[in-house]
Design a protein around this ligand. Structure first.
Ligand code: ZN
Length: 499
């Protein structure tokens, strides 16, 4: 084999895999949004067969040979990185048989359906056996992939290259030490800021009208993006110019859908703004979870929770809900939208308590994969952690262990990336404020200048570099979680008048 032949095989097969991936993504989006639930058993079996075909394509002998050959060559920076990532992915897949991958796919799809059923009927027992099965499968697979490593370290690295328990332990101990005391202080000031008007009745149809204005403000265009509805909002990037986001409306919480949709738009812009020349490099187009969350949480928190973000949008929001917001000033609205309180649902948590929700999941996952928690006691372990850190207990399992979709989709090791992404975002935001007059741009509706900045400094690279390299290039400094801690302390001490 020579370089030219190997590259031809590599690229041709990547195109074929990409074509199947597009079909899978399309069918997956359909499944998560509009497909009737009674069709799920049939649908899941068909998905499992297609995932078997994907396995065949990914493990085709000449394709693997080409990757292994190219991994030892020097071509150019982009191709070398793409191939290094391809090699890592292939080395994982070949440890399993086609039948195992199909079984895994079926278990995952079934668990996901059962999770939704359990959540909607508020009954953990519907999901529990499927969750146990999925955790056991993931443990087994992580062990086979790397018998010497702790299985949770293997999974953490899947979602953020280079991360492991040691690094996350240091990160979360900083969060525990620096933020928990402040959260306790603020908890004593409960009720200081009136946010009751946010929880009045807000009909979904009218919320949807506001979302159109918000999407326009963000520059999310229907030429390259689409918005649908789901129980658990997500983003699916089919390709650079076809990105789908979903949202869900809570008719008794006006900010939930707004911040969640803006969050998903952060993911969507990242997918959309990767350098077009990487379209043919599938592994470089596959950005890490921590970097993805750094962009979504950037939109959601560092931008959308600012007063300036709502200068042009708030009058529109008031016009849809004059009875609820007509007499509420912009300043009062923003203060209310930033209220910090110990609450049960992660996706609705304020910025300050949010990382504690992640800390809880991180500690649970670590113990699950270490075998420290028996899977029979998971529900209790969940409640105990919430009591320990936030002093509250879920009345309904749908607000407790069933609140998140992730565990039903085998996303073990993903949660920590939300906190890591928030911390990366804080550092990027600190630098952006030095380079741009962010408030001026936001209040004038010049959101494009912000997305252009993110494109130039972060998003265009895709996965060409790891998160540490991107942070260094974008800010001139190594990743430092103190930017995150300082941002939260400064913001919440000012809001709650704490010295
Ligand atoms: Zn996200």
């Amino acid at each position: 084999m020579n370089k030219k032949e190997a590259l031809k095989i590599y690229r041709t097969q990547n195109e074929k895999i990409a074509a199947y991936s597009l079909l899978m993504a399309t069918a997956g989006f359909d499944r998560m949004t509009i497909a009737p639930k009674d069709g799920s058993a049939y649908r899941n079996r068909m998905f499992s067969i297609i995932s078997g075909e994907m396995y065949t394509l990914r493990t085709q002998k000449d394709y693997i040979d080409a990757i292994l050959y190219l991994a030892d060559q020097k071509i150019d920076e982009v191709t070398d990185r793409d191939i290094a990532l391809a090699k890592k992915s292939i080395e994982n897949i070949i440890k399993f048989t086609k039948e195992e991958m199909m079984e895994y796919s079926l278990a995952e799809m079934t668990a996901n359906d059962k999770w939704l059923e359990a959540k909607l009927s508020n009954d953990y027992s519907i999901f529990e056996p499927h969750l146990k099965k999925l955790i056991e499968l993931n443990k087994k697979m992580a062990n086979r992939r790397n018998p010497k490593a702790d299985p949770y370290d293997v999974l953490l690295d899947d979602f953020e290259e280079g991360m492991d328990r040691k690094k996350y332990d240091a990160f979360f101990s900083l969060i525990r030490k620096e933020l928990l005391p402040l959260i306790k202080k603020i908890d004593k000031k409960k009720g200081m800021i009136d946010d009751s008007f946010l929880y009045k009745y807000y009909p979904a149809e009218k919320q949807a009208l506001f979302m159109k204005d918000a999407m326009k403000y963000l520059g999310f265009s229907s030429n390259w993006g689409y918005m649908g509805l789901t129980e658990h909002p997500f983003t699916s990037g089919f390709s650079r110019n076809d990105v789908r986001v979903t949202t869900s409306y809570d008719e008794h919480n006006i900010t939930a859908a707004i911040f969640s949709l803006v969050h998903e738009c952060g993911h969507a812009f990242y997918e959309h703004q990767v350098d077009p020349k990487f379209d043919k490099y599938p592994f470089i187009r596959n950005m890490s979870s921590g970097m993805h969350e750094s962009q979504s949480r950037f939109f959601e928190n560092y931008l959308a929770r600012r007063r300036s973000f709502f200068v042009t949008l708030y009058p529109k929001l008031q016009s849809y809900f004059p009875e609820n917001l007509g007499n509420v000033s912009l300043d009062d609205f923003i203060r209310a939208a930033n209220v910090s309180k110990c609450s049960l649902v992660r996706t609705e948590a304020d910025e300050l308590t949010y990382p504690i929700h992640i800390l809880i999941r991180y500690e649970l996952e670590k113990d699950i994969f270490k075998g420290k928690i028996s899977l029979d006691e998971l529900e209790k372990a969940w409640d105990d952690k919430y009591m320990k850190y936030l002093g509250i207990k879920a009345e309904k399992v749908s607000d407790g262990i069933l609140q998140d979709v992730h565990w039903s989709e085998s996303y073990y090791g993903y949660f920590p990336t939300y906190a890591l992404g928030s911390a990366i975002g804080a550092q990027l935001f600190y630098k952006m404020k030095q380079d741009l007059d962010v408030d001026e741009l936001l209040s004038k509706g010049q959101f494009k200048k912000i997305t252009d900045y993110l494109k130039k400094n972060v998003q265009r690279y895709g996965a060409l570099y790891n998160f540490e390299q991107i942070v260094k290039m974008a800010t001139g400094e190594d990743f430092d979680p103190h930017y995150y801690i300082d941002y939260l302390k400064e913001k919440y001490c000012a809001l709650y008048k704490i010295k």
